[in-house]
Design a protein around this ligand. Structure first.
Ligand code: GLC
Length: 537
């Protein structure tokens, strides 16, 4: 489809590079070892200098932090760990001053068990209006001693917790401390519409919608067909079942991606439009078409393309994802997004094999990502080539670690190394240890060390983002043309840009065109293995 004659002006998010800040791990201004809003504000120039268009902040709201902020006790306030509402206002103002948009995280599937609504629910009787905001049900078995159904938590173990010795249980698709809301109760949507307006009025430019595919459950709450959980939160291993995926591929399950969830986004669309804002869905679904359903014209503006980060280092796999994604988004008249990293998955350097090869491949994959049409989401530290860290068991904090004994997601959440040659690498103002220890060998990876070094990953990203501004335009279109340079090579043309990624083990000859940028040294007009190049023409 052609967007060239699109009468609407280009919305800011269409070609945006959005930089994800994991609030706990970006920069600590207070010296308690945990990142905070004032720390982010002070380091926003890093995002600006990188060339990104927006920052997405993970949840900084009042929370007991059992899932590091994805368990919200008050959607309209800032946790004291991270600062105050004034700090949030200052952050947004500073971002806008720098020309950066601000995307905040919205967690509508569940609240914290510390939320006033859940406390009131526990204090009230079964069948009360207070309990009707959540999913309380009677247990099975003679004495209601068994959970109401066989659903498994994404973090492992049963998705139900019993209320004391009563016959009532409540549903939590994640941790026990994250009770699921009942989105069939209109009070729930009314509350979240107020929350949308609250942050839009404070200047937020958009939302990242957590677990966007989970809000509505099949009304029967029937058993899931697979006894074993389809998802494992432990993101540490390369094999499919151990990857973090909230929802199974190819399987229809009663808790995910129900048709009625789309009605919720249809009610949010006019609010977002009123403010000229956007929302991006975290929706893990069974197919690109199911994912694209979240960006139909009257729903949300973007949806994360997780198939891109689930693809192996394999040209055929990359080609397939590109083709399927573009076809699915074209079918609903939307533009795609591309994601290689976030706070839930093993960092790309490690996913692609680790060590120098993993780093070379991650750099190459980044060039592929940034050459594709639509928006790109980057995760803090990706621009430094940070690897996944094998966090020692005594330092692990992911709730999935406590529920399953699997390593979980701490390894991609290690605090940023800014400068210096030893931990804490200026993460905080003093020598205090950050909440997850940083490796002793990250000295060469700091922002300070990589700045100005043309061979560094930081400078590669900066150059790519600068060049991208010329190519990522409406005129370049939402389509790419795949080029056949052999089975081991991903090659495509997008507008005036040609991108080539060598996933094989031998050099390949680049097509005609002027090389603009490469993720590693070129050998004349030949591209080495684990390397990508951009050419003009
Ligand atoms: C999303 C978040 C993840 C969180 C979960 C529960 O998948 O990305 O970090 O643990 O939702 O809120």
């Amino acid at each position: 489809m052609s967007h060239v004659n699109d009468p609407q002006p280009t919305p800011w998010w269409r070609h945006a590079v959005v930089y994800q800040v994991y609030v706990r791990s970006f920069a600590d201004s207070s010296g308690d070892g945990i990142g905070d809003l004032a720390g982010i504000t002070a380091h926003l120039t890093h995002v600006k200098d990188l060339g990104a268009d927006a920052v997405w902040l993970t949840p900084f709201y009042t929370s007991p932090q059992h899932d590091h902020g994805y368990d919200v006790a008050d959607y309209r306030d800032v946790d004291r760990l991270f600062g105050t509402l004034d700090d949030a206002d200052r952050l947004i103002a500073r971002a806008h001053e720098l020309g950066l948009k601000v995307v905040v995280d919205l967690v509508p599937n569940h609240t914290s068990w510390d939320h006033a609504w859940f406390r009131a629910a526990l204090a009230a009787e079964p069948g009360s209006p207070e309990r009707a905001r959540y999913l309380f049900r009677t247990g099975r078995g003679e004495h209601a001693e068994l959970p109401p159904n066989n659903w498994q938590s994404v973090f492992g173990g049963p998705a139900w917790t019993r209320v004391g010795e009563t016959d009532q249980w409540y549903l939590h698709l994640f941790d026990t401390s994250q009770p699921d809301l009942d989105w069939r109760n209109p009070e729930v949507n009314a509350m979240f519409q107020d929350v949308l307006r609250f942050w839009l009025d404070r200047g937020a430019d958009g939302f990242r919608v957590d677990v966007a595919h989970g809000l509505l459950k099949e009304e029967s709450l029937r058993d899931q067909t697979r006894e074993a959980p389809s998802i494992a939160a432990a993101a540490q291993h390369h094999e499919e079942p151990d990857r973090f995926q909230v929802g199974a591929h190819e399987v229809d399950e009663p808790m995910w991606d129900q048709p009625e969830v789309h009605d919720v986004y249809r009610t949010w669309h006019p609010i977002l439009e009123e403010y000229g804002a956007m929302a991006v869905a975290e929706a893990w679904t069974r197919s690109p078409a199911h994912t694209a359903a979240y960006v139909r014209a009257d729903e949300l503006q973007q949806t994360f393309n997780f198939d891109w980060l689930l693809a192996d280092w394999d040209a055929a796999a990359f080609r397939r994802v590109i083709t399927d994604t573009i076809e699915a988004t074209r079918a609903v008249g939307a533009w795609p997004t591309w994601v290689l990293n976030n706070h839930d998955v093993v960092r790309s350097v490690t996913r692609y094999g680790g060590g120098p090869t993993g780093l070379a491949r991650a750099r190459a994959a980044a060039l592929a990502t940034l050459a594709l049409p639509g928006a790109a989401y980057l995760y803090q530290g990706e621009e430094l080539g940070l690897p996944e860290v094998d966090v020692a068991p005594e330092h692990r904090q992911d709730p999935s670690w406590f529920r399953t004994g699997k390593p979980g997601r701490d390894g991609c959440r290690v605090p940023m190394p800014w400068s210096g040659s030893a931990p804490p690498y200026a993460f905080g103002p003093g020598p205090g240890a950050p909440w997850i220890p940083q490796p002793a060998d990250w000295g060469p990876l700091t922002v300070e060390r990589q700045h100005g070094d043309p061979s560094s990953t930081l400078e590669l990203y900066r150059r790519a983002l600068r060049l991208r501004r010329e190519f990522a335009t409406d005129a370049a279109g939402a389509e790419v043309e795949l080029l056949d340079l052999g089975p081991q090579v991903l090659a495509f043309r997008h507008g005036a840009l040609t991108a080539v990624v060598n996933c094989g083990a031998t050099e390949v000859l680049l097509p005609d065109g002027v090389p603009l940028l490469s993720s590693g040294p070129l050998d004349g007009h030949r591209l080495r293995p684990h390397t990508a190049a951009w050419l003009r023409g």
